[in-house]
Every structure is written in structure tokens, then in C-alpha cells.
Design a protein around this ligand. Structure first.
Ligand code: HEM
Length: 147
């Protein structure tokens, strides 16, 4: 059994699940904030709140934790001297941005839960592009490994 390939497979499964949540949660926020603006029913608001909470707790949080655990194990598997490589430093910058974005979404989720969201649907549409750009950059960096 090749431990490195096992770690990498688990890492990729977790990363895909994490990214799915990072891309989908702000989309739900777009619809949720539009529904608030248009004074839609309380039932619809509760449905959004449940969708947001379940996505965050059952998919995004575990997926982020497993991505980090197996990402760090992969650093040990390929050798910690890789910290000196530009590609790994750049990748870590991007995954830290994704992690900050993850916790920012948690703050937004809490605001929605308290009915005190202060951002517009347009704001959520715009920030939805952040994980897309970071995802593309991260994949190119890790595959091409510049320097
Ligand atoms: C959460 C923190 C993360 C850490 C510490 C980390 C670290 C690593 C390491 C050390 C490798 C092995 C590189 C190699 O085999 O040479 C790897 C592989 C990979 N990671 Fe991550 N990673 C993280 C998150 C992510 C994210 C968020 C993405 C995508 C957006 C991603 C995409 C990939 C891909 C596609 C590979 C396979 C590369 C290959 O086969 O050469 N990782 N990761």
C-alpha cells in the first residue's frame, strides 16, 4: 500500500467536498438575501437557514478539517524541506485565503440565523467568485509546481 497515494486520494476527496460548499453556500446566501428583500414567507427563510446550517456543519467543516489534516500529512510524505519551494509557499497562501473565506461565511451564516444580515445579494454574487479564482490558481500551482 502506497501511503502517499492514499493520503493524496483522501486529500482530493476532502478538497472537492470543501470547494463544493465554498461555492454553493454564498449562492444560497444570494437567494436568502433576495427573499429577505422581497419580504418572502417565514417558512422559506427557515428552509434557507436549515440548508445553510447543514451544509456548513455536515459538509464544509469536516471537509476543511480533513483537507488540512491530509494536506499536512502530504507535506510530511513529500518531505518538509519542500517548505523552501515557492509552489508550496504560494499554495499555503491560497489555502489560508480559502480558510479565512470559510470563517467569513460562518459569520454571514450566523447573521442570517439572527435575521441581521447586512450584505446585499450583489455582494454575495461578487464574493462567490473568490473561491473560483483561488481554486483555479491553486490547481495550476500544485500541478505545474513553479520553482
Ligand atoms: C488545506 C490545506 C492544504 C494543504 C496543507 C495542502 C498540501 C498539499 C500537498 C503537500 C500535496 C502533495 C503535493 C505533491 O504530491 O507533490 C497536495 C496535493 C494536492 N492538493 Fe493540496 N493542500 C491543501 C489544500 C488544497 C486545496 C484547497 C486544493 C484545491 C483547491 C488542493 C489541491 C491539491 C491537488 C490537486 C493536489 C494533487 C497534486 C498532484 O497530484 O501533483 N489542495 N496538497
Amino acid at each position: 500500500m502506497n501511503i502517499y497515494l492514499l493520503f493524496k486520494s483522501i486529500h482530493l476527496i476532502a478538497v472537492i467536498s470543501w470547494m463544493a460548499g465554498l461555492l454553493y453556500l454564498p449562492r444560497i446566501f444570494v437567494y436568502h438575501s433576495e427573499a429577505v428583500q422581497n419580504n418572502k414567507s417565514e417558512d422559506l427563510m427557515s428552509t434557507f437557514k436549515i440548508m445553510e446550517k447543514r451544509l456548513f456543519i455536515y459538509i464544509m467543516n469536516p471537509a476543511m478539517i480533513v483537507s488540512w489534516i491530509f494536506g499536512v500529512l502530504l507535506i510530511y510524505a513529500i518531505g518538509v524541506d519542500n517548505f523552501g519551494s515557492f509552489w508550496l509557499q504560494l499554495k499555503l497562501v491560497f489555502v489560508i485565503i480559502l480558510t479565512i473565506y470559510h470563517f467569513f461565511l460562518l459569520q454571514c451564516l450566523r447573521k442570517f440565523a439572527e435575521n441581521s444580515n447586512s450584505y446585499s445579494p450583489k455582494f454575495y454574487r461578487i464574493i462567490n467568485e473568490i473561491p473560483t479564482v483561488v481554486l483555479i490558481a491553486t490547481v495550476f500551482i500544485i500541478i505545474f509546481k513553479p520553482l
